[in-house]
Design a protein around this ligand. Sequence first.
Ligand SMILES: NC(=O)c1ccc[n+]([C@@H]2O[C@H](COP(=O)([O-])OP(=O)(O)OC[C@H]3O[C@@H](n4cnc5c(N)ncnc54)[C@H](OP(=O)(O)O)[C@@H]3O)[C@@H](O)[C@H]2O)c1
Length: 291
Amino acid sequence: MSEHGKTPVTVLGLGAMGTALTEALLAAGHPVTVWNRTAGRAEAVAAKGASVASTVSEALAANQIVIACLLDYDSVHEVLDPVASELKGRQLINLTNGTPGQAREMSAWAEELGAEYLDGGIMAVPPMIGTPAAFIFYSGSGTVYGRARTALDTFGGANYLGADPGLAPLHDIALLSGMYGFFIGVIQAYALVGSAGVKAREFAPLLRAWIDAMGGFLERSAEQIDDGDYVTDVVSNIGMQAAAYPNLAQAAKDQGISAELLTPLQSLMDRRVADGRGAEDLIGVIELLKK
Ligand SMILES: NC(=O)c1ccc[n+]([C@@H]2O[C@H](COP(=O)([O-])OP(=O)(O)OC[C@H]3O[C@@H](n4cnc5c(N)ncnc54)[C@H](OP(=O)(O)O)[C@@H]3O)[C@@H](O)[C@H]2O)c1
């Protein structure tokens, strides 16, 4: 940290997210050096006070704390591999989306080169960065997290999950899994009513109300999973649900709509019922996901 309580940081990557991160750092007065493969993308943040490095080496030399926010882990390696020896003594914070395995591999790679490593999972879209609505998971080096904390806090809420670098992407991808499951249902619902000429805008309030009414599934199933109890106080047993669920696919087909987003859950429900668990709750299918 500099004498004025500001943390000089290097940011590699000025896509939509890297630019938002850089702007948040600059707005809070942290000195930022940036590098991007396509140099022209640095102009906007340069106008706001960022120093622009013309090479990755120059960007690494500028600061101890280096934040990477690139497309994927392959692009991070593509950028850093040619200058790997220059990572020695650096604190690498990788906010690029990836898997727990990729994060652990990159952490081991960085440590071998004499760098410390912190991984991060950004739970925000770029306009949310710098607002209280954004939050970011971190895992890996607690030392790096502590040293970079004032800079990281400019992005949004920070949540450090522990020393295993895979924990941040694990939580990130779990939340994305929940999000995409939700998106799947919304897409299917609009497609189905749309096949009968119902406008999506007209249907949206009904869908919102129904999703909100079903929101309790989230906490109720968490209790059932943690207690290992899928049988107590069941009001909508999986036998009943497995009998009704084929109607979703059939109705879609009858309306000329693909049911491909719906079918995977059917086979899990059917297997659970075939296992003699028809009186249990739906969430019991989670047992079939454990390989
Ligand atoms: N945008 C979001 O809503 C969001 C939300 C959460 C997390 N994230 C994650 O944040 C990361 C960045 O996303 P973004 O929205 O900034 O993406 P983006 O706008 O598509 O920008 C991609 C960035 O990666 C760089 N890049 C791609 N391939 C490269 C390579 N081979 N070598 C060097 N640089 C390369 C691009 O450089 P050029 O400018 O030269 O192409 C650009 O700086 C991703 O991992 C994404 O999953 C994004």
